[in-house]
Design a protein around this ligand. Structure first.
Ligand code: AHR
Length: 619
């Protein structure tokens, strides 16, 4: 392998090349990155009509002591359902309440991870015709062990009243639940019941362990909030940003009908923009373009939808005195967010109204925000687009051989016109298992091709990012978690090999081998922000089942300028190409770094079968 380190043949890689795609799928946000522990906190998930299903809330007590129902008496206009509890027993008298009282409990998203010594903020809205005495407890999964408790005692809550307090856990249970119980006869209504750990990323509501997994990827951008989630099976269930902002208790929430679950939209338009900022990543907002999987807005009626998006841009980018910028400022972010990219729909290119709607959105956005780059859903990799765009979307979900062979996908694509955004890529099907080494390696081959073609590919992101193992709607995914555990699949770790590529310099490299069908390589130089030193990285993927001896020659560097001390070799491989990580063995297939003792202008190296290796030379 010849690597030419001279500047004459080098090219800058876009600062934006490798990022992430966050979609509300697999409970990635609700019951995932968004740290809210109560599932269905406003009792709306069962629908707006009564009687409504309160699942996963359950009742503590029998029919002779308690009647639980729903009505539309909430103080919140956009989410009218409240839970009504008629307590028929009391602490004394003929009909005594059972020990511990009667009431309701919420198991969160397959159990709440309550940790000893940590503090949880509980907020709930309550109303009653008489005085109340309610225990609010975090308990073990069977309700027997109390981890933390507080009593709400109030003489007059005849109007809806917000109660807010902190609970400190005295023990740990990963499958805890929240209980609201009483031993006092009467009628009580509850609404918008929330339990949040105090300890979230910067207090912004993101679960720390999941946030830092994502942060470690060093994403240059974050595409959000979908995917199909943005479209909906039906437009009435699509993501509408205005319904997801403002005080959380006032948000109506919605049923994401593509991935089949309710979200309270605690993680809404503001929180996605905040997440991008916290990650140091550029936000890429995918908006609904009046098209779902099953219905479409006719182009002649699209203007209100266009206005909705212009308002969303003003919310993100507008001055704090503007109409929507002031709403953002009231939410705690007076400075505009750095929104530079929007995608006009998701996977809708072939749909009847796509082009008509697209052009309306395009020209309105271009008029008001000429700095915004717009992403078309139509693939321009082989045929030029018939409409204006700054970038076009490309998605690939295929078996390992197809994804690997796509390392050449953009070699012959048009060099003029819109740039490429590979906004979703992954190996799927049986090659992927639930996250195999094979999948990660094929994807690495594809990404090396992306890097080599980064004169026209501006952005690339794997999909999906997250899966809560209790609701695996899409497989495989990069980060696997439940209420308390998490691990990265080999595809997650593979992306770490590309972290330093954003804004780096791509070197010219040529592979001369009779195994070139199963070898792919690229080389970059960059200045490390950790130690301020310059490095040259050669990445080589061996997609074959045999070890390969390879000579790497670096030309165009000053003699003896490569330092052995400080140079390293990092390998992602395993004894079986179908190996995966798991909660039990989270680090079975992860990159292993060793010192590179023979670092120099000429190196004889051996590539393990089915491996991705990076040689990081200190120069
Ligand atoms: O990443 C999962 C889904 O795949 C996305 O929602 C959609 O854009 C694609 O079909």
């Amino acid at each position: 392998l010849y690597v030419n380190a001279s500047e004459a043949s080098a090219r800058k890689i876009p600062d934006t090349l490798f990022g992430i795609f966050f979609e509300e799928i697999n409970h990635a946000g609700a019951g995932g990155l968004w740290a809210e522990l109560v599932s269905n906190r406003g009792f709306e998930a069962g629908g707006p009509n009564t009687p409504s299903n309160i699942d996963p809330w359950s009742i503590l007590g029998d029919e002779s002591s308690l009647i639980v129902s729903t009505d539309r008496s909430s103080c919140f206009d956009r989410n009218k359902i409240a839970l009504k509890m008629e307590v028929l027993c009391d602490s004394e008298g003929v009909k005594k309440c059972p020990v511990g009282g009667v009431g309701i409990y919420n198991p969160g998203f397959w159990g709440m991870n309550i940790e000893q010594g940590k503090t949880y903020k509980v907020v709930l809205f309550v109303r009653s015709l008489g005085s109340i005495n309610v225990s609010v407890s975090l308990t073990g999964s069977n309700g027997l062990q109390t981890l933390a408790t507080a009593n709400i005692v109030a003489a007059d809550v005849s109007n809806w009243t917000k109660m807010e307090f902190l609970l400190e856990a005295s023990a740990t249970d990963q499958k805890s639940r929240l209980q609201l119980t009483t031993t006092r006869k009467g009628v009580i209504w509850f609404d918008q019941v929330s339990v949040m750990p105090l300890d979230t990323y910067k207090g912004h509501g993101f679960r720390n362990d999941l946030f830092s997994m994502v942060q470690d990827m060093g994403p240059a951008f974050i595409r959000f909030p979908g995917g199909c989630f943005v479209e909906g099976e039906w437009l009435r269930n699509a993501f509408r940003w205005k319904e997801t902002i403002g005080p959380w208790e006032k948000r109506p929430g919605h049923f994401g009908d593509v991935w089949g679950y309710w979200t309270d939209d605690g993680m809404g338009h503001f929180e996605f923009l905040q997440l991008a900022e916290d990650l140091g990543a550029l936000p890429v907002w995918v908006f609904n373009n009046g098209i779902s999987h099953n219905d479409e807005v006719d182009t002649s009626s699209i203007l209100p939808f266009v206005q909705e998006i212009l308002d969303g841009l003003e919310f993100a980018k507008g001055d704090a005195k503007s109409k929507w910028g002031s709403v953002r400022a009231a939410m705690g972010h007076p400075e505009p967010f750095d929104l530079r990219y929007v995608a006009l729909g998701n996977e809708d290119c072939g749909k009847k109204n796509y082009r008509g709607n697209y052009l309306k959105f395009y020209s309105a956005i271009n008029d008001s925000y000429p700095d915004i780059k717009m992403i078309s859903n139509c693939d321009g990799s082989s045929t030029p687009l018939d409409h204006p765009a700054h970038l076009y979307d490309y998605h690939v979900y295929e078996n390992a051989n197809v994804v690997y062979s796509q390392s050449h996908k953009f070699d012959n694509s048009p060099r003029t016109g819109p740039k490429v955004f590979v906004s979703e890529y992954a190996v799927t099907g049986k090659d992927a298992g639930t996250g195999s080494l094979l999948a990660a390696l094929a994807e690495a081959g594809f990404l090396i091709g992306v890097e080599r073609n980064s004169d026209i590919v501006e952005m690339a992101s794997y999909a999906p990012l997250f899966v809560n193992t209790n609701d695996r709607r899409w497989n495989p995914d990069a980060i696997v978690f439940d209420s308390s555990q998490l691990y990265g699949t080999p595809s997650y770790w593979m992306q770490h090999f590309f972290r330093e590529s954003n804004g780096a310099t791509l070197l010219n490299s040529t592979l001369q081998s009779n195994l070139s069908d199963s070898l792919v390589a690229s080389a970059i130089t960059w200045k490390s922000s950790v130690d301020n030193k310059h490095y040259l990285r050669v990445k080589v993927l061996n997609f074959g089942s045999n070890a390969v001896a390879l000579k790497i020659s670096i030309i165009g560097v000053e003699q003896n300028s490569i330092e052995s001390l400080g140079s390293t070799e990092t390998v992602l491989t395993s004894s079986n190409v179908m190996d995966e990580n798991s909660f039990g063995e989270p680090k079975k297939v992860v990159p292993l770094k060793t010192l590179l003792e023979n670092a120099g202008e000429d190196m004889d190296v051996v590539l393990s079968p089915y491996s991705l290796t990076s040689f990081d030379l200190l120069i």
